[in-house]
Every structure is written in structure tokens, then in C-alpha cells.
Design a protein around this ligand. Structure first.
Ligand code: SF4
Length: 316
């Protein structure tokens, strides 16, 4: 399970990987080990199926990532000194892309092309979603893009000099206990005073809550890679759909807590492996934890024997 197609499945830690590990070990095994090699059309059928399911998104994640892509595209232009396009134009282009994705998903094109074609959980599992719900989602996407363009972040970004841009949707890594730790910040910049502001965009309706391990990881990265003291770091969670902003200053206690939680996670995840050096896992060490709360939104329910025995067929 560790090597395929000439490259290795390397052990690493990320916030989402650790969340999956804590929620259901079987889902973790499917998502980070058993799918390996499934990108090849002639892969082992189980790995291929897992790979297809791994690439599915629910409508909330799909809409959120469409907004993130649009915002990143705008900021990339600002970073190189270009005038960003008209917000309405960006919103319409994003929605047009989503309409194409919706048709791909409804036509099940992702079964043959899981990486390129959009696949939505709702279509795969034939979940009934009223037209009005899809329309509300499109309105949310549009509102978030327009909200971002009219809000203070874009105006601030335009004032930045090139060397103040720290990160824009880039996959960043650092190392803890010899494991690669991944973080991806939506937007981070250096302030005129030499500190850093790290922004996390949210959509949907939830009020911003700038706290928790994910933001702690960003701050930890900033102290290590950008040589900042905790008190120089500000993390912002901005819900660009409802126009609400939450902000927090970082302390040494946040940094220590993030580091210790990551180290604990790395140790627990390694302990489950039959070969921690080779990053080899076996299914029997990753028991399923069926629950109506978790399984109802799990992309693997079609294949998970425990789900099927407890809740009946999860098939599409
Ligand atoms: S269907 Fe439920 S038990 Fe099975 S992998 Fe998913 S979350 Fe775990």
C-alpha cells in the first residue's frame, strides 16, 4: 500500500487528515491508504472505486472551493499589480463554471474522469435536493464573491508592496517529529509594522470563530517560517458571505498547544501502522465507527461493510 507508480505514499500530518483520523479510522484508512494507485484507470477495482469516492464533494464544500478559487484569482491579479476584473464578471464566470460542473456530476462523468469532472455526493448517492436549494447555493457563491470585492480585504491587498505578500492558497510545509506537516492559508501578508495577518475565508452562514487547532497551525508555521513572535501574528476568520469578521491575537500558549496537539496526532497515527517507516497500513487496524451523524455524509458509505450492515445499502 506504500508505493505505486514510482512514488511513495508518504506519511504526513494536516488538520483535515487528523480530523478524519479522530472521526473514523476506517474512513481515514480508505482516504489516505487504500485509495493509493486508484488514479490509474486499470488500478485494482477497490482502489479505483475508493479514488472515485475520495474525489466526490458535497455541495457545501464544492461551493466553498468555488468561492476560494475566485477570491484567489482576484488576489493573484492584485499581487502582480493588475486591475482585478469587475466583481459581477468574476461571479458570473464562477457560476458558469459551476453550471458546467453540475452537468458533469449529474451525467456521472466523474466515474470515468474523477480528477477532472466534478462529482457531487448528492448526485452519486441520489440524494434529493430541491431546485431552490441549488439556487440558494448559487446566490451564496455570488454574494460571497461580491462581498469579498466590496469588503476591506481587497482594498488592503491593493496597498501591499510585493514583498509583503506572504502566502496565497499555497500548500506550505514544516516538520514536527520528522513528519511533514501541511498547512494552506487562504491569504497572509506582512503588516507595515513587520507582523503578519493570516486570513481564513468562510462562506455559508456560520459566524466567524477565529480559534482552534487549524488557526493555531497557521500561527505555528508563521513563527517557524517567517520568524515572527506570537504577539506579532493576527489570525482573521472572515465570513465573506454574511460580511462578518472575527479576529484573534496569538499567544505563546496557542503555539505550544498547536505543536503539542500535532505531535500527539502524529504519534497516534504512526502507532496504527504495521510499518511506520514504510508508511504501511492494514485495514484490520482501522475499525469503522458507524454513526448516523458521520456516516450520512461519508463518501465511502457505498463500500463500507459496517455502514451497510448497520444502515443498509449505501449504494449509488
Ligand atoms: S460509512 Fe461510516 S463507518 Fe464507514 S467509513 Fe464512513 S464514517 Fe466510517
Amino acid at each position: 500500500m506504500a508505493a505505486a507508480a514510482g512514488f511513495r505514499n508518504e506519511f504526513s500530518w494536516s488538520h483535515s487528515r487528523y480530523e478524519t483520523f479522530k472521526e473514523c479510522l476506517r474512513r481515514y484508512y480508505y482516504n489516505y491508504y487504500a485509495y493509493w494507485g486508484g488514479w490509474n484507470a486499470d488500478a485494482d477495482p477497490f482502489a479505483r472505486k475508493l479514488y472515485i469516492l475520495k474525489n466526490l464533494k458535497n455541495r457545501y464544500l464544492w461551493a466553498g472551493s468555488a468561492v476560494h478559487d475566485a477570491v484567489a484569482e482576484i488576489l493573484e491579479l492584485v499581487q502582480v499589480g493588475q486591475v482585478p476584473p469587475d466583481p459581477e464578471e468574476v461571479a458570473e464566470r464562477t457560476l458558469e463554471k459551476m453550471r458546467t460542473g453540475f452537468r458533469q456530476s449529474r451525467g456521472k462523468e466523474y466515474l470515468d474522469n474523477p480528477k477532472r469532472a466534478v462529482g457531487l455526493v448528492e448526485h452519486h448517492y441520489n440524494e434529493p435536493v430541491a431546485d431552490e436549494v441549488w439556487r440558494d447555493m448559487a446566490a451564496m457563491v455570488r454574494n460571497s464573491i461580491l462581498g469579498f470585492c466590496r469588503g476591506s480585504f481587497l482594498a488592503s491587498a491593493k496597498e501591499l508592496k510585493l514583498d509583503q505578500w506572504l502566502s496565497l492558497e499555497k500548500l506550505l510545509t514544516f516538520v514536527i517529529d520528522e513528519a511533514k506537516v501541511y498547512v494552506k492559508m487562504d491569504f497572509a501578508y506582512r503588516t507595515n509594522e513587520g507582523g503578519a495577518v493570516i486570513c481564513d475565508w468562510k462562506t455559508g452562514k456560520r459566524k466567524p470563530q477565529p480559534e482552534g487547532l487549524q488557526l493555531g497551525c497557521y500561527a505555528l508555521y508563521a513563527t517557524e517560517a517567517w520568524d515572527l513572535r506570537p504577539e506579532q501574528i493576527q489570525v482573521i476568520e472572515a465570513n465573506i458571505n454574511i460580511g462578518a469578521i472575527g479576529s484573534a491575537r496569538i499567544s505563546q500558549a496557542h503555539i505550544d498547544s498547536a505543536r503539542s496537539q500535532i505531535a500527539t496526532g502524529i504519534a497516534a497515527m504512526r502507532e496504527r501502522l504495521v510499518d511506520p517507516v514504510g508508511n504501511v497500513a492494514q485495514e484490520s487496524d482501522f475499525p469503522a465507527k458507524p454513526s448516523s451523524r458521520l456516516c450520512g455524509r461519508c463518501v465511502y458509505r457505498e463500500l463500507c461493510p459496517e455502514y451497510i450492515s448497520q444502515f443498509g445499502s449505501g449504494g449509488s
